[in-house]
Design a binder for this molecule. Structure first.
Ligand code: GLC
Length: 423
């Protein structure tokens, strides 16, 4: 199935980890796994999960304001707590917390009203389900998967019946998500604890796509994923196919009050430009408090990034990956018709910005946002080796405090010289 065009055109998505872990502000699911929070105390957070100020419409407006085209909400994380009214399992927001509402239904409707695509995160693994730790990974990727009592039978004896019950539960939940919410994207996770066959992924993928053939699946569906999901770091080389970088706005996926290490808007603009410059999407993660509101610091980051994207929309939307490394000292994007290059300059250019290896003639160079025209000329070049294009630095008033973008309009489609000069 070719990638859905909306996904490659989206550029920005917002990732929301929302669950009972936000009540005490402990690491999402992992505090349970590590034993940092005993099971009983972890589950006591159910009683404190109110979603009292949860306003999905406000979320959707904020995400649209950030310049996002989609969002992904943790419908169920590894701890087994579901945010929707599920008929399967014993842990959900509607029946087991004071929230008493279907948070996924509200989120889905609100996103669609804003014209945003709906993504739902779902963990294959569930560290609370009584039937989960019933079989052993045939080739455990690490010691923890091989021996952790929440993952693997303590006595080493597999119980295939219990495992089938678990899969029926998972399939039941995924089936509900697909039929009730028709997500545009299903973002799976937790795949590392079993093999592809144990997970029954071929059948699961088939059922999802039978429900809606246009559902985009991430790579944590193993062989059935549509795109790669590098995490917390921009790849150094453009990954082969479609991809999405998931990145936390501070250091945590979920809400953790002590974590004030929010990346600056400038840093986020940089991550974003580097990502789209290599053809990827940024999935930026925020973690709401248990009441459903975001810290002002997180809102400010989303709005700041959104301001930069709105101002530079032509360099972001309907563009593809730009120049490979070596031509320009920074990321770049290219218009869909291949006739305009957008050069991102993180630092205020001094004197000139140079571009190497450009064979196509330049018609005009301007600053995105202000429209100021910039002088340009070529020096050198011999035979098939093009000279260097020198673009005059924009005046201080045309420089953007976060990152300045220069639009280089070409006479023809981009043609690059990639050689090593005369041998
Ligand atoms: C990891 C973590 C999980 C987080 C996810 C986001 O797989 O297990 O807590 O939700 O990354 O990509």
């Amino acid at each position: 199935m070719p990638m859905q065009p909306w996904f490659t055109e989206a550029k920005l998505g917002i990732f929301v980890h929302y669950g009972i872990y936000s009540v005490d502000g402990v690491p999402e699911s992992w505090s349970l796994y590590s034993g940092e929070v005993p099971h009983e105390r972890y589950m006591r957070q159910l009683d404190g999960f109110t979603a009292s100020a949860y306003d999905a419409g406000a979320w959707a407006r904020l995400f649209a304001r950030a310049g996002a085209a989609y969002a992904v909400l943790t419908a169920r994380h590894h701890d087994g707590f579901a945010l929707w009214d599920t008929a399967h399992g014993e842990l959900n927001a509607v029946h087991h917390t004071p929230a008493g509402r279907d948070l996924v239904a509200e989120y889905t409707a609100a996103l669609r009203e804003q014209g945003l695509k709906v993504g739902l995160y779902y963990s294959h693994s569930d560290w609370s389900h009584p039937d989960y730790a019933s079989v052993t990974h045939p080739a455990p990727p690490n010691e923890s998967v091989a021996t952790h009592p929440l993952v693997t039978p303590a006595d080493g004896v597999d119980d295939p019946r219990a495992w089938s019950r678990y899969l029926a539960y998972r399939d039941g939940q995924v089936g509900e998500l697909v039929s009730r919410f028709r997500p545009d994207l299903l973002w799976f996770d937790g795949e590392w604890e079993r093999g592809e066959e144990q997970w029954g992924l071929p059948a699961l993928a088939e059922r999802i796509l039978a429900g809606n053939p246009e559902t985009v699946l991430n790579a944590r569906m193993l062989g059935y994923g549509d795109y790669a999901t590098p995490e917390q770091g921009v790849p150094l080389q453009q990954p082969p196919g479609p991809w999405e970088l998931c990145l936390t706005v501070n250091e945590s996926w979920g809400y953790q009050p002590q974590d004030r290490a929010h990346k600056s808007v400038r840093q986020l603009v940089r991550y974003f430009a580097e990502t789209i410059g290599m053809g990827g999407n940024l999935l930026l993660a925020v973690g709401p408090r248990e009441d459903g509101t975001f810290l002002p610091e997180q809102v400010e980051r989303l709005e700041g990034l959104g301001d930069w994207i709105a101002k530079h929309s032509e360099a972001v939307h309907s563009t593809v990956a730009g120049l490979p490394a070596g031509h320009h000292y920074g990321p770049s994007t290219l218009s869909a018709d291949g006739r305009t290059l957008y050069l991102v300059c993180f630092d205020p250019p001094r004197e000139t910005v140079s571009l190497r290896g450009l064979r196509t003639k330049v018609r005009r160079v301007s600053v995105v946002g202000s429209g100021a025209l910039l002088g340009h000329r070529v020096t050198g070049g011999l035979g098939e080796v093009p000279g260097v294009l020198w673009i005059d630095a924009p005046a201080p008033a045309d420089v953007d405090g976060r990152a300045t973008v220069l639009a280089v309009e070409l006479e023809d489609e981009l043609d690059l010289y990639r050689g090593a000069g005369r041998s």
